[in-house]
Write a protein that binds this ligand. Structure first.
Ligand SMILES: NC(=O)c1ccc[n+]([C@@H]2O[C@H](COP(=O)([O-])OP(=O)(O)OC[C@H]3O[C@@H](n4cnc5c(N)ncnc54)[C@H](OP(=O)(O)O)[C@@H]3O)[C@@H](O)[C@H]2O)c1
Length: 453
């Protein structure tokens, strides 16, 4: 599968055709759109490589690296020439509105993507919609319903390619065709192997003009979790930590309440309901007895995952005694012998999962994440502590890091990371796409981990 989501100009068309000849694993239509993706290669490694306004949701063989490199270079050097300039400022404004609508689905649609849609007829918005909850109507369907007969001859703006398959709901392309839409503007193709360019192809076969790639980077960013989940079959993993200026996540006596300020903690509660699950190591539970619930504002409660090889978790812990106990999942080693304790946790409504252990003795965190993905957990917020952060980083399972930095020095406290096999500056784990935010006297740094998207 190779799904670069690019809208090529006349200049780009020549490049696109050349690339089409180079590799038979993707197709370029008469307008220069990359519309088709190959899914033949079972042994390929999954990757998503965003590059400016274009992104690649790709499963790569070595033979694909050259076309990707060429596309990336052209993106860098000839971006304006390469991208279709037929999008108008109005197109951009309508798709931007669809993006804003889509974001309202955050926390309610996972593992589905957040999608927004706007129907425009004669310069007026006649319908809007977004995907509100899992199993509910898709954004296009909601927007077309509101537009009613005004949808005939209208333009539909949608952040993601409409689906072409029967899932929890019928294919959206049929609704678009039946509504009489004559043009569709799409942010990104849907990397779901069941769609992946087929939606666009079907619409074009029905003489609907389809333009793909507007605000593609923003559309990708909005659904980075979905893109990772659907292509790699692993959850998108975010590390959240609060550290002092000297890089400590707890004082020397193990206390970490509170390093960050009130504003940071409120934000962290929001992140909890925006994720499917919150994950911590047993060290953090023993030190802090956290609740791991959403309390600062309304929102769905996430699953709570405790990584605990030998089931040291006390039965009196908050995660086993509060009203959300049915959200608690304890991952233990396959050889864990604590049968009675396991039965008690399950009696209370919690769950216990045996997970493979590694040669080093801890749990195989990739195996755990694979199991979580099988349960449709697409977004995991990791809240500590040092050893879990470090193991996940070392196993290259982290997609994003969100770090609150407080203006404090903790001297001999507990460092945020330990034991990473980094011997020189060249080997440093380097974040990309850095964002800074000031929260009163704290700084929030957000960054992506290279090589994981
Ligand atoms: N400021 C912050 O943001 C923040 C956030 C959270 C925690 N903290 C602080 O961090 C400290 C706890 O950190 P910690 O490093 O001691 O404990 P931790 O990372 O929370 O938990 C580590 C434990 O998890 C278990 N484990 C199982 N598989 C593992 C694997 N593959 N990799 C790593 N661990 C695995 C191990 O115990 P078993 O061998 O028994 O399974 C290990 O000792 C506390 O002082 C807490 O207050 C600070």
């Amino acid at each position: 599968m190779y799904a670069p989501n690019i809208n090529l100009s006349a200049f780009g068309l020549a490049i696109g055709e050349a690339l089409g000849k180079f590799s038979d694993h993707f197709a370029i239509d008469e307008k220069g759109f990359v519309v088709n993706c190959c899914s033949l290669h079972q042994k390929m490694s999954a990757a998503i490589a965003p590059a400016g306004d274009c992104f690649f949701a790709a499963v790569l063989t070595p033979s694909h690296f050259l076309p990707i490199l060429i596309l990336a270079l052209f993106r860098k050097n000839f971006s304006e020439a390469m991208f279709d300039t037929s999008f108008t400022p109005e197109d951009r404004a309508y798709l931007q509105k669809a993006l804003e609508l889509a974001a309202a689905g955050c926390g309610y649609v996972s593992p589905n993507p957040m999608v927004g849609a706007v129907v425009v007829k004669d310069g007026e918005i006649v319908g809007t919609g977004y995907h509100r909850n899992l199993g509910g109507d898709h954004a296009e369907v909601e927007a077309l319903r509101e537009a009613g007969h005004l949808g005939r001859g209208a333009t539909l703006y949608c952040t993601l390619e409409p689906c072409s398959h029967f899932g929890k709901t019928p294919p959206c392309v049929n609704r678009v065709i039946d509504a009489g839409i004559t043009r569709m503007v799409i942010g990104t193709l849907d990397p779901n192997p069941l769609v992946n360019g087929r939606g666009v192809k079907i619409l074009r076969e029905h003489d609907i003009q389809v333009d793909v790639g507007l605000l593609a980077e923003a559309c990708y960013e909005l659904n980075a979790v979905f893109f990772k989940f659907i292509t790699a079959r692993l959850p998108f993993v975010t590390l959240k930590l609060a550290q002092s200026l000297d890089g400590k996540i707890a004082a020397a006596n193990g206390a970490s309440k509170w390093i960050s300020n009130e504003a940071a903690r409120r934000l962290a509660h929001r992140w909890r309901w925006q994720h499917d699950a919150v994950l911590v190591g047993i060290g953090t539970v023993l030190a802090d007895n956290p609740q791991l619930t959403v309390r600062a504002e309304p929102g769905p409660q996430p699953r709570r995952i405790i990584v605990d090889t030998n089931l040291r978790l006390p039965l009196a812990a908050n995660v086993l005694t509060d009203a959300q106990v049915n959200k608690t999942l304890v991952a233990v080693g396959e050889d864990c012998g604590e049968r009675e304790k396991m039965a008690e946790i399950e009696n209370r409504g919690g769950r216990v999962w045996p997970i493979r252990t590694t040669a080093a003795g801890g749990l195989d965190l990739r195996h755990l994440l694979e199991r979580l993905a099988q349960e449709n957990i697409a977004a995991v917020l990791v809240e500590g502590g040092r050893r879990i952060f470090s193991s996940l980083l070392e196993a290259q399972l982290v997609d994003q890091l969100r770090c609150f930095i407080a203006p404090k020095l903790l001297g001999d406290g507990i460092p945020a990371f330990q034991g990473l096999p980094i011997g020189s500056l060249d080997e440093a784990v380097t974040l990309a796409k850095i964002k800074w935010e000031i929260l009163e006297d704290n700084v929030l740094l957000t960054g992506s981990l290279r090589g994981t998207e």
